[in-house]
Design a protein around this ligand. Structure first.
Ligand code: ZN
Length: 198
C-alpha cells in the first residue's frame, strides 16, 4: 500500500517522458461498485457512502507517476495497491473506425488526408490499438477529464501515411477511459492533432 505522503514526492518527478516500469497501482475503496458494474456511468454508492467519482475510479490501474490524485476530498477512503504488472486490455469496437472515423462528417476528411480509405479500416484499427497498448504500458498518456464516466486519458498515436502520403508520419491523440483492472475503453479514435512544438 502506498501512503498518501508519497503522492507529492512522486509528483515531483512526473513528466511526460517518465518511464519507471513496473510501478503500477490499482486504486480501490470499500464500495463494490465500479464503472463496469455501473455500465459506464458511475453513481454514488449509498451502502458505503462512496461518491460517484470514487466509484468511477474504483479498481482502475495507473502508472504510479501518472495517475489521478489519491485523496479527492475530505474523508476520501480511496487507497492504492501496488500491482506487480499491468495486464492492459482494450475495449475498442471496430465500428469506431468503420462507422465513425471513416464516415462521420467531422472525421472522415482527417483519415483520408493521411492517404487511407475504408479498405484500410483494419490496418488503422490495428495501428491505433497497438500504439495505445504500448503507450499505456509505458505510462505515456495524459490525464484528461475525470467525471462520472471515468478518468479520460489521451494517448498519442503516430500513424504513417499511406498511398500518396507515404513518408509522412501523422501524430494525433486518441481518447480512452480507464476502466477497472487495466482495461481501456475507446472514447474516440481521433481526439485532435498533436500540436507541433515550436
Ligand atoms: Zn469520493
Amino acid at each position: 500500500m502506498i501512503m498518501d505522503v508519497f503522492e507529492n514526492l512522486f509528483g515531483l518527478f512526473r513528466t511526460k517522458t517518465d518511464k519507471y516500469g513496473g510501478l503500477w497501482v490499482k486504486r480501490f475503496n470499500i464500495s463494490k461498485e465500479n464503472l463496469d458494474t455501473c455500465n459506464g456511468v458511475a453513481k454514488p454508492d449509498p451502502k458505503t457512502r462512496t461518491c460517484a467519482i470514487c466509484v468511477a475510479l474504483n479498481d482502475t490501474v495507473f502508472h504510479l507517476a501518472n495517475r489521478p490524485r489519491l485523496s479527492r476530498h475530505l474523508h476520501c477512503k480511496c487507497e492504492h495497491m501496488q500491482e506487480q504488472e499491468l495486464n492492459a486490455t482494450l475495449d475498442f469496437d471496430m465500428r469506431k473506425i468503420t462507422h465513425y472515423l471513416f464516415v462521420h462528417p467531422s472525421k472522415a476528411g482527417l483519415i483520408e488526408s493521411m492517404g487511407y480509405t475504408i479498405e484500410d479500416a483494419l490496418e488503422v484499427y490495428n495501428a491505433i490499438a497497438a500504439n495505445a497498448l504500448a503507450r499505456y504500458a509505458e505510462g505515456d498518456y495524459e490525464l484528461d477529464v475525470l467525471n462520472c464516466n471515468g478518468q479520460h486519458i489521451d494517448i498519442e498515436i503516430a500513424l504513417p501515411g499511406k498511398r500518396e502520403k507515404v513518408g509522412h508520419i501523422y501524430e494525433f491523440y486518441t481518447g480512452w477511459i480507464a476502466y477497472p483492472h487495466g482495461k481501456l475503453k475507446n472514447a474516440t479514435p481521433f481526439a485532435g492533432w498533436k500540436e507541433k512544438e515550436a
